[in-house]
Write a new protein. Structure first.
Lengths: 161, 589
């Protein structure tokens, strides 16, 4: 597993410990803690997993096991605007793959990669529970419904900065 | 209690609620095949992820087949364990497992002892109809254990051992789907992790995904070197299990045949780790009494309880997981590491050879001993006190390689002086044995009286955590015993919390103690084998003329002529060690 060696700043460590504490350092809350941690760092580097392992008193191998089991979690840093395309059954049937292809073409990256400028990253996920809006695309925390391939350029343009 | 009536293959059986189909079938002599399932009844160890699906059976009225290990009986259930549907499914399941398994049985370390191979044979697999992708992982070699996860079938027995039983937490299922595998965090190497090398994962692995680092060939090379004097020491638990590798009943003592075989293999001196166990008692027992006397004199820094330190898996455990307690265990080295310097100093001098011309080989029931003898603090100018540590299984292979007819060997005796041992040294190999041996000596030294009865039944047994007290002439010595690192953890947490009531605690890393070590013949989940081995050691002890370590004449001579007295400066130099804080030594690549 490739992991980028990073050094966490003390403030990051404190923040992470606060997250753990907000879940009472309960081992049963591991997934929730990882979720929040990924929200803070954008990904889950080894050092973050180590701290969570110590705080929740869960073996590091178990933490890593959970991180590698759920496709939502990643150990690769995401772009500033992470793009997730739902390829669950409903979205797939309604053309998610064509939408995905359009994103790949426009950004010139594959699924799981980040653009060279660090701005966008591309991932697939399985069902966000909004099947009525299929196909669904998430950019950061913003949700786009009924996305057609010809809307992709427009969506990306919103994040020109 | 309301009993349930079930019919299995037309046989009716009554079982208590909560009984699995697998156990119910066993009651009427039907052995449903299992692969991932493992149950060591008396040790509270059960693995039933219901993952392999080999044990599926047909239950009348149920749509799908049921895994027998994880399905409880219900009243009136009618079960068929070998219908055509069951047999076809089992075969398909097996072929699918094999479709992602290397086909190198002929040269595999586990060949002939592999549960997967045996199951394929039992199910009559003659072809594999499924050709698919095969997993490829890098091999991971540590000082004691090799992980070849291409051979992992995801039974997760190792994970259960490492997490639930040993609470070491190094191995876990990671990734998903076809990529899923059991591995340490970040798929790092074992020697970068907190692995204790207890080897319990190896002991339960059904395939060769986890095996020991094999040193048999290094021993063969040493024996073939005419410039070396090759000395061997054998741990107590080996004699109670080696016979199993030659088809003998578990619990058969093969001490004499083992000695004869070692001599025939060409070892120049066949000695006994039991001698070093007696020496351990002199050192550790003296340390116990010193601390106890301080405590009785009102010294609040007496450092009690004292913990035994004979078990290298246990030493690794506290160095990684409880470094704050590293000053509490006895500083006495393990018997293996006491034997080394005595052989390479005292005995080498006695026979007039230089240290570097002697090779010390140890035969151990243990895999952590392989790591232990490679520790830097047990070397002098790069020369290890113990050169090679080989397991009981490896010794059996050596004996077979040398064309020795084990069954027809005449019994032989150990060489002197380092082969002489007492009954106290023998019982080191089972849980409770070290502390019983220590009590036999400490009692007599402390009270100045002779023990009427040397058997301390209250210290024996298979309960994971035991406590007992021994009357030391009015002083009630409180003793704790734990085997299995998960049980050890419970006693350590008490010490940390300041609630421990014990004066002395014995800890062994493996369930059952060394008799259940990671280097022993594979028990395949039968805990009666472990009990039989323990009983064998108690039998050997009972049959010994001398049963107290301090009465071993060669131990007395060793102190008179060489060491001075227990815990002397020289004894400290050669027979004691120090421990390290390894809590931050995980290396992330």
């Amino acid at each position: 597993m490739s992991s980028i060696k990073i050094k966490l700043h003390q403030q990051d460590i404190d923040k992470l410990k606060e997250v753990c504490a907000s879940f009472n350092n309960d081992a049963g809350e591991l997934i929730n803690v990882l979720h929040k941690a990924q929200g803070i760092f954008g990904y889950l580097p080894a050092e973050v997993q180590e701290i969570i392992s110590k705080e929740l008193n869960v073996p590091l191998a178990k933490v890593y096991g959970v991180v590698t089991f759920y496709s939502f979690f990643t150990m690769i840093p995401k772009g500033k605007h992470p793009i997730s395309i739902c390829t669950g059954t409903a979205c797939y049937v309604r053309g998610a793959e064509k939408v995905l292809d359009e994103f790949k073409k426009n950004l010139n990256i594959k699924v799981g990669e980040t653009t060279a400028d660090g701005k966008f990253s591309l991932s697939c996920l399985r069902c966000v529970g909004a099947c009525g809006l299929a196909p669904v695309v998430l950019v950061g925390e913003k949700t786009y419904g009924r996305v057609a391939p010809d809307m992709v350029k427009e969506i990306l343009a919103e994040y020109k900065d | 209690m309301e009993m349930l009536k079930v019919t299995i293959d037309n046989k009716t059986v009554e079982v208590a609620p909560g009984t699995s189909i697998l156990d119910a079938a066993a009651k009427v002599g039907i052995q449903i095949p299992t692969l991932c399932y493992l149950n060591l009844h008396d040790l509270n160890i059960e693995n039933k992820p219901a993952g392999c699906r080999i044990c599926v059976v047909e239950v009348e009225g149920r749509r799908n087949l049921a895994p027998a290990c994880a399905t409880d009986c219900a009243d009136g259930m009618k079960i068929n364990t070998h219908s055509i549907r069951v047999l076809n499914t089992r075969k398909t399941v097996m072929e699918l497992i094999l479709s992602d398994h290397p086909f190198d049985c002929l040269v595999c370390a586990k060949s002939g002892k592999c549960d997967l191979q045996k199951m394929a044979q039992d199910l009559g697999i003659r072809e594999i109809r499924y050709q698919g992708e095969q997993s490829h992982y890098r091999e991971d070699t540590s000082p004691a254990i090799i992980r070849d996860v291409d051979k992992c079938i995801m039974c997760r027995r190792c994970e259960m051992m490492c997490n639930e039983v040993q609470t070491v937490g190094v191995l876990s299922g990671v990734n998903r789907g076809f990529e899923a595998v059991v591995a340490p965090a970040f798929e790092m190497n074992l020697d970068h992790s907190e692995c204790t090398y207890c080897g319990q994962c190896v002991a339960v692995c059904p395939t060769a995904a986890l095996t020991e680092v094999d040193h048999t060939y290094k021993v063969i090379e040493a024996l073939a070197d005419p410039t070396k004097v090759v000395v061997v020491q054998t741990a107590p638990a080996v004699r109670a299990a080696l016979g199993e590798e030659f088809g003998l009943e578990p619990g058969t003592l093969v001490t004499g045949k083992m000695v004869a075989a070692l001599r025939q293999l060409g070892f120049n001196y066949v000695f006994d780790t039991d001698f070093a166990a007696d020496l351990t008692i002199m050192e550790e027992g003296t340390e116990l009494l010193t601390r106890l006397n301080k405590y009785l004199a009102g010294d609040t820094n007496a450092n009690l309880p004292i913990l035994t330190s004979c078990c290298p898996g246990w030493v690794n455990f506290f160095e990684h997981h409880f470094p704050e307690l590293k000053d509490i265990p006895s500083t006495a080295r393990s018997p293996q590491q006491m034997f080394g310097p005595i052989a390479k100093n005292y005995f080498a001098d006695k026979i007039g050879i230089k240290r570097e011309d002697m090779i010390v080989v140890s035969i151990m029931p243990c895999l952590a001993k392989k790591y232990e003898c490679s520790r830097e603090e047990f070397k002098v100018n790069g020369d290890p006190d113990v050169n090679y540590s080989v397991s009981t299984r490896e010794l059996a292979n050596l004996i077979k390689l040398a064309n020795i007819d084990f069954h027809n060997l005449d019994e032989d005796d150990f060489d002197q002086p380092l082969g002489e041992s007492t009954g106290a040294g023998v019982i080191f190999g089972t849980t409770g044995g070290v502390i019983e041996a220590a009590v036999r000596t400490a009692y007599e030294v402390h009270t100045g009286k002779t023990l009427e009865k040397v058997d301390f039944e209250q210290l024996r047994g298979m309960e994971g955590v035991r406590s007992a007290s021994v009357d030391f002439n009015g002083l009630e010595l409180k003793i704790g015993i734990a085997h299995g690192l998960g049980n050890a953890r419970k006693l350590l947490e008490e010490i940390k919390a300041g609630t421990s009531q014990y004066h002395a605690i014995e800890i062994m890393a493996c369930p059952g103690g060394c008799i259940g070590g990671g280097g022993q013949p594979l028990h395949h989940g039968d805990s009666s084998i472990l009990k039989a081995r323990a009983q064998a050691l108690y039998r050997e002890d009972a049959g010994k003329a001398i049963r107290k370590s301090h009465e071993n004449p060669f131990i007395k001579e060793l102190y008179e002529k060489f060491l001075g007295k227990p815990n002397s400066h020289k004894a400290h130099e050669l027979l004691h060690t120090h421990y390290f804080d390894k809590s931050n030594q995980i290396t992330i690549e």
